[in-house]
Design a protein around this ligand. Structure first.
Ligand SMILES: C[S@@+](CC[C@H](N)C(=O)[O-])C[C@H]1O[C@@H](n2cnc3c(N)ncnc32)[C@H](O)[C@@H]1O
Length: 291
């Protein structure tokens, strides 16, 4: 897995160049996403937002969030932790080469088995008309492989990853509401989504319990929440919990339970892709508010 990361990173940086994807056409198309305004809220105070003069305004706090290239920039106001800013910087740099890097890195079984997106996407499978959120959406590689009969929203911290996502969605004539934000403070109203998932980002999350609570908050009552990531990149808090009980499945489940929202139901943890990925699924508690 270490070799895989090095190769992915190297490929990403090799093909990196300054991207100027901004076109009038793209801006026009993305503007339609703002029609989804009722799904959005202030990432911290959760107050409603009003679109005026190309920005989203929160009346009570007076905070104003710009919309760039049709993508609302809803990062929590104020100073953000260095770790978050670091990963945002990294992913802004590698965005242009990310897809090629992953494509090659995941196929080469260097230090582990090859990873296939189908191994987890076939579990998520949204039903027609459902509203689906991917937190840490990256370049929308997952959404593009899921059925186009559902309605998608994707959030990521790195703006350049979202630009790539917008370009890829446009190329394939697909729509999704793309939002810049932090997985620790989702700028979405409570109980807005039928399915919420995250792939490959838990390893960058400084507070997994908070991120999982946020995913559960924006899920409708009984909605499925999925978290998938590399098994050897488990967040430190989980690793600590697991130290006493190395990878025996029931103990893993118990460790995840400790960081999950207490209202989670039917918690399941599976190891997939020949041991390369873990796939956690739980259902949002029935008492989650309705949109
Ligand atoms: C390995 S990529 C995975 C992208 C995508 N989910 C995929 O499967 O290709 C990790 C993504 O997580 C994003 N990310 C990292 N920390 C984040 C945070 N706190 N909030 C939102 N996005 C974050 C990065 O910007 C990056 O796009």
């Amino acid at each position: 897995m270490v070799y895989r990361c090095i190769i992915e990173g190297y490929l990403c940086i090799c093909v990196q160049r300054d991207s100027t994807l901004e076109t009038a056409e793209m801006i026009e198309e993305q503007k339609t996403n703002i029609e989804n305004l009722r799904l959005l809220c202030h990432p911290v105070t959760r107050e409603p937002l009003v679109l005026a003069d190309g920005a989203l305004h929160a009346a009570r706090s007076g905070d104003c969030f710009p919309v760039r290239e049709g993508i609302p920039r809803l990062l929590p106001p104020g100073e953000r932790p260095l770790r978050h800013r670091y990963w945002e910087w990294v992913y802004n740099r590698v965005a242009i080469g990310y897809d090629l890097g992953v494509e090659i890195g995941w196929r080469l079984p260097l230090g582990g088995a090859a990873i296939d997106r189908a191994s987890y996407l076939e579990k998520i499978r949204p039903r027609p008309g459902e509203r689906v959120l991917e937190t840490a959406v990256g370049t929308a590689a997952n959404i593009l492989q899921l059925s186009d009969h559902a309605h998608y929203a994707g959030l990521d911290m790195a703006f350049n990853m979202l630009r790539r996502a917008a370009a890829r969605l446009r190329q394939q004539d697909r729509q999704a509401l793309l939002v810049q934000g932090d997985a620790h403070a989702l700028p979405f109203v409570d109980a807005a989504f039928d399915v919420v998932f995250q792939m490959g980002a838990m390893q960058f999350i400084s507070d997994p319990a908070r991120a999982l609570r946020e995913m559960a908050r924006v899920a409708k009552p009984g909605a499925a929440v999925w978290v998938i990531d590399e098994t050897d990149a488990l967040p430190r808090t989980l690793k600590r919990a697991l130290r006493a009980a190395p990878p025996a499945r029931p103990e893993w489940q118990a460790a995840f339970r400790r960081v999950l929202p207490p209202t989670s139901e039917q918690v399941r943890l599976e190891i997939i892709s020949q041991g390369e990925l873990y796939c956690l699924c739980f259902y949002a508690g029935k008492e989650n508010g309705r949109l």
